[in-house]
Ligand binder design. Structure first.
Ligand SMILES: Nc1ncnc2c1ncn2[C@@H]1O[C@H](COP(=O)(O)OP(=O)(O)OP(=O)(O)O)[C@@H](O)[C@H]1O
Ligand SMILES: [Mg+2]
Length: 327
């Protein structure tokens, strides 16, 4: 069983052999946080508490199998939200006398490619693009990752959300910008491609966000042109850095995961322009869910990376230390 409560989605899933989804319940809190333009941590943890029991009952009923182990996201994420899932998982593990498996949220996103998907062989290069992360990592073996580059400021998903606010579009910004963009001209405004010539594999999105702010103040561009031009620049940066990473690392395959991997322009461009095999999870598994946590948990269990009742959430758990959760 996989339990995800790191941010504003409560996800409970049952997965067999780390690959077959038997049940996957997700309760999104988008409507609750939308009026605030972003996630309110205190509200998020209360909402997890309200729905986690019911979701779990539903997942167990749908899956209708014996549970072997309970995995939960231990970090990174919001402390109040992580505590709900981790304590719930530990209580189940104690009651059922089964192993408790702590999972790193970004490692969960990575493992979403192994779900209901063709075989993906290790090693691979990973591009993780989500609300809180933008990073390139060399993934040589399960649970052993080398960070090649990360964002120096905003994450790409965060940038979509902030730009959507500037354009008076609803939260979350990614889907809102993606639906408005086709009505605009992506070449209308030439926004900066931050750090594309920096020589390293780091990202920067704050300059792009500021450039959109200045363009909105000019008042001469329509919303659709702003959305299309912004999306073109944001996705271009990802393609440029990924190409550079493939060249530098000699990677033979690419895995792309995280909420922004749901973006249609990114998916199309990756498939058209990257000349090594590209693995992207289906749309339904790009956003936070319990199935990806169960998939990563299954592998951790096989590699003896379990926790116990003393394991605590780690809100800033680094990807480079996934095999060492807090105690
Ligand atoms: N179609 C899309 N295009 C661009 N961005 C999108 C799209 N769909 C979702 N997003 C963005 O994905 C982000 C949410 O992804 P996800 O749920 O993986 O992030 P998170 O869990 O909040 O952060 P993290 O995984 O880094 O802890 C939001 O910023 C949202 O705007
Ligand atoms: Mg996420």
């Amino acid at each position: 069983m996989g339990i995800e409560t790191s941010c504003d989605e409560t996800g409970i899933a049952v997965v067999a052999d780390g690959t077959r989804i038997l049940a996957n319940e997700v309760a999104s809190q988008i409507a609750v946080h939308a009026p605030f333009g972003g996630v309110v941590p205190e509200i998020a943890s209360r909402k997890h508490t309200e729905c986690i029991y019911q979701l779990t009952e539903r997942a167990l009923e749908t899956a209708d199998v014996q549970i072997d182990a309970i995995a939960a996201t231990c970090g990174p994420g919001l402390m109040g939200s992580l505590l709900v899932g981790v304590n719930f998982a530990k209580a189940l593990a104690f009651a059922w006398n089964k192993p408790f498996v702590p999972v790193h949220h970004i490692e969960g996103h990575l493992f979403s490619v192994f779900l209901d998907h063709e075989d993906v062989d290790w090693p691979f290069l990973a591009l993780i693009v989500s609300g809180g992360h933008t990073l390139l990592a060399q993934c040589d073996h399960p649970h052993e990752y080398r960070l090649l580059g990360t964002t120096r400021d905003d994450a790409v998903g965060e940038c979509f959300d902030k730009v959507a606010r500037l354009l008076d579009l609803p939260y979350p910004g990614g889907p809102a910008i993606q639906s408005l963009a086709p009505a605009g001209d992506p070449a209308a405004i030439r926004f900066p491609r931050g750090m594309s010539d920096s020589g390293d594999l780091d990202f920067s999105y704050s300059g792009l966000k500021t450039a959109v702010l200045y363009a909105t103040r000019e008042g001469t561009h329509c919303q659709a042109d702003l959305a299309a031009s912004f999306q073109a620049a944001a996705i271009d940066i990802l393609l440029i850095k990924t190409q550079q990473a493939i060249q530098q690392s000699g990677a033979k395959r690419l895995v792309v995961a995280g909420g922004v991997a749901a973006n249609a322009l990114l998916r199309d461009r990756l498939n058209a322009e990257i000349d090594i095999p590209v693995h992207i999870p289906p749309l339904s598994l790009c956003l936070d869910n319990g199935a990806m946590i169960a998939a990563a948990g299954d592998s951790r269990l096989r590699h003896d990376l379990t926790g116990d009742l003393g394991t605590t959430p780690t809100p800033n758990w680094p990807l480079t230390a996934v095999s060492a959760p807090n105690r």
